[in-house]
Design a protein. Structure first.
Length: 342
């Protein structure tokens, strides 16, 4: 049989494509989140174009103000006859913005106003109230664009999934005996010294199911109970931990044996780790999944934590290593029935 497509990839990416979305306008109602969700090339393009377009727009406005007030004609005359200023009339002329004699100079002045460079060659005078109003408007628009775009860049560089890159899961999961019961086990670890606060872990089985009425659910998500050394779903992830699920009568794995394990192409077990990043206070989530052929029956993870020179050392080179252990080749149901008979 053809292998089932993953619902969640090993790197935590969800393998879901959204098609035929008719209400595209909903994305524009939350512009900031839409910008943060865009890919980096698109974000940088919008970042550049937002500044460039406003510079050009206000550059055109400054040029029109200078043109309407006659600043361009006066500047042209002074360039042609610099000594004309001594005659009296041209020297008394006060422009709206000094040193604007073309669209290029108006564009440069627009950049100076919005990014507050202020080289000193061009400045607004008291001659034109409209110019003062445009100056105020452009400063406000520039501050709004700066706040939105810089906030967007900051959020993209500090997104939660960046921290999740250093939260690792074992490549394979294992099924073996623990305390006399079959258990599904995996190992999780954190490569950074900064901790994940209030870390919780949960697990789901995703498989195709059909109801008694004949309704087919292609991706039915079933929560399964997790156990860990600390108890409950909260974990203290200061060193790698082995998280396990006891396969009992309430487990979706209750009737799975090593003989039919790899015939469950529709079986996928998703593991989700959530917590708050200690250094930033941002909630992060790391995900992975295990298909049937990534579950090893009758194996156990090797120890990787040892005490050396008064402190505990973790050997990550053995993070995913397993060893074979004696394990019954039967389902958890059969194992429980055999114990009840004995």
């Amino acid at each position: 049989r053809e292998r089932r497509a993953r619902f969640v990839g090993k790197n935590g990416a969800c393998n879901v494509a959204h098609k035929n979305i008719r209400e595209q306008g909903r994305f524009l109602q939350d512009v900031f989140t839409t910008l943060v969700d865009l890919k980096w090339p698109h974000t940088l393009l919008i970042f550049t174009m937002s500044f460039l377009c406003t510079w050009l727009l206000f550059g055109m406005v400054w040029w029109l103000i200078a043109f309407a007030h006659g600043d361009l004609d006066h500047s042209t005359r002074l360039q042609r006859d610099p000594g004309e200023g001594a005659a009296g009339a041209p020297a008394s002329f006060v422009p709206c913005v000094t040193s604007i004699h073309s669209f290029t100079s108006a564009f440069l002045f627009s950049i100076e106003v919005q990014v507050t460079i202020g080289f000193g060659g061009r400045m607004v005078t008291e001659e034109c109230p409209a110019a003062i109003l445009v100056l105020i408007v452009q400063n406000i628009v520039g501050l709004v664009i700066n706040a939105i775009m810089l906030g967007c860049i900051f959020m993209k560089t500090s997104q939660a999934h960046r921290r999740a890159e250093t939260l690792i899961f074992s490549k394979h999961a294992v099924i073996a005996l623990r305390e006399g019961k079959l258990c599904f086990m995996l190992r999780v670890g954190d490569l950074r010294k900064s901790m994940i606060i209030s870390a919780t872990i949960r697990m789901q089985v995703v498989k195709k199911t059909a109801s008694l009425e004949g309704e087919v659910v292609p991706l039915n998500q079933i929560d399964i109970q997790m156990e860990n050394p600390v108890g409950g779903n909260s974990i203290f992830l200061v060193s790698p931990l082995i998280i396990y699920h006891v396969i009992d009568k309430n487990s979706p794995l209750y009737d799975i044996s090593p003989m039919n394990l790899h015939h469950h192409e529709d079986l996928e077990i998703i593991v989700i780790l959530e917590g708050v990043v200690e250094t930033t206070g941002i909630t992060t989530q790391a995900r992975t999944s295990y298909l049937a052929d990534e579950i090893l029956w009758g194996q156990r993870f090797v120890p990787i934590v040892a005490e050396e020179d008064g402190r505990y050392s973790v050997d990550y080179s053995k993070f995913g290593n397993t060893v074979k252990v004696p394990t019954p080749s039967c389902t958890a149901r059969q194992l429980e029935e055999d114990k009840s008979i004995m």
